[in-house]
Design a protein. Structure first.
Length: 304
């Protein structure tokens, strides 16, 4: 039996093609991600943008911007011919990287991995495509993204329809993100998070913006007919009742950032258990206690 993928890739690509510029969230996250390279004193002869659409590559079109970040040649994997011409583009499914093992020095992705059917598998592909000591930088939606909208839509659908239809995609949290890097075999894995808070005139304005971003429902098991207008009307009421302030409604976007390196012998290694040369208790100015016993604090020192 063939397992149905979580996301309909054709719908993911179609949603992206329907998106309209400017995409403020994509552009903001792309700028934040690319600026992280400014703190890394490294040259990247071959860099790959596997976001699946322009934005990051556009931000790095200028040779000066690339040089400041150590990028010599930038390739971009895109999902549709319409995107050709942004960087040095390769038309391919961004979930299946057309890159031989150990051929790139830097891999970047912006606002794409939350639509991956096999996120662990994608990260493994990236790690294999990187040369030893190559770098992965990625940013995608996770955490409590759109928690306000998701909560109100769920409550409205249960109230109006008596149940939930597949419309809310699963999102990774920060702990998941760090674990995924380790599972994929990256060294020195780091996951961190930004929260971007945006306000809109109405819930409908938010939903129109999500469509313009290409971030609408692409679940394989989603309803294929039109959702009830009553559900959206009730969701709008709930959104305004619960969250509206001073005539506007908030929308939360949590952006997870992944940083990982392809393993190399030159990288720092964690110390072996038992190899420490000094005790933690000494550094903390306390007394070491056997497991299960509560340490008694030392008397405080008085300054006379």
């Amino acid at each position: 039996m063939v397992e149905t993928p979580l996301f309909d890739r054709a719908s993911v690509v179609r949603n992206r093609l329907r998106s309209r510029a400017p995409n403020f969230l994509f552009n903001e996250v792309a700028a934040r991600l690319s600026d992280r390279l400014l703190d890394i004193q490294r040259t990247f002869p071959a860099a790959l943008d596997f976001s699946g659409r322009p934005g990051l590559s556009d931000a790095l079109t200028d040779s000066g911007a690339r040089a400041a970040r150590g990028i010599e040649t930038l390739f971009a994997v895109t999902d549709a011919p319409r995107y050709a011409g942004h960087g040095v583009s390769v038309i391919a499914d961004s979930e299946v990287l057309p890159v031989a093992e150990g051929r790139i020095d830097l891999a970047m992705s912006v606002m794409s991995l939350h639509w991956a059917n096999d996120l662990p598998g994608t990260l493994v592909q990236v790690r294999r495509a990187l040369r030893p000591d190559g770098l992965l930088l990625a940013a995608f939606l996770g955490g409590d993204t759109l928690t306000e909208l998701r909560t109100c839509l769920s409550a409205a659908e249960i109230e109006i329809s008596g149940g939930l239809s597949p419309r809310i995609i699963p999102l990774a949290d920060l702990r998941d993100a760090g674990g995924l890097l380790q599972r994929a075999g990256f060294a020195l894995p780091v996951a961190d998070q930004d929260r971007i808070n945006v306000t809109y005139a109405s819930p409908m304005a938010l939903m129109h913006d999500l469509r313009a971003m290409g971030e609408t429902n692409a679940l394989s098991q989603r309803r294929k007919d039109f959702s009830s207008r009553a559900v959206f009307a009730r969701a709008t009421e709930l959104y305004l009742q619960r969250y509206a302030k001073e005539g506007r409604i908030p929308a939360t976007f949590d952006v997870l950032y992944l940083t990982g390196w392809a393993p190399h012998e030159s990288q720092q290694k964690p110390l072996r258990p038992g190899s420490a040369t000094s005790r933690l208790a000494t550094a903390l100015d306390t007394e070491e206690q056997p497991t299960g016993e509560k340490a008694s604090p030392k008397p405080s020192k008085k300054i006379s």
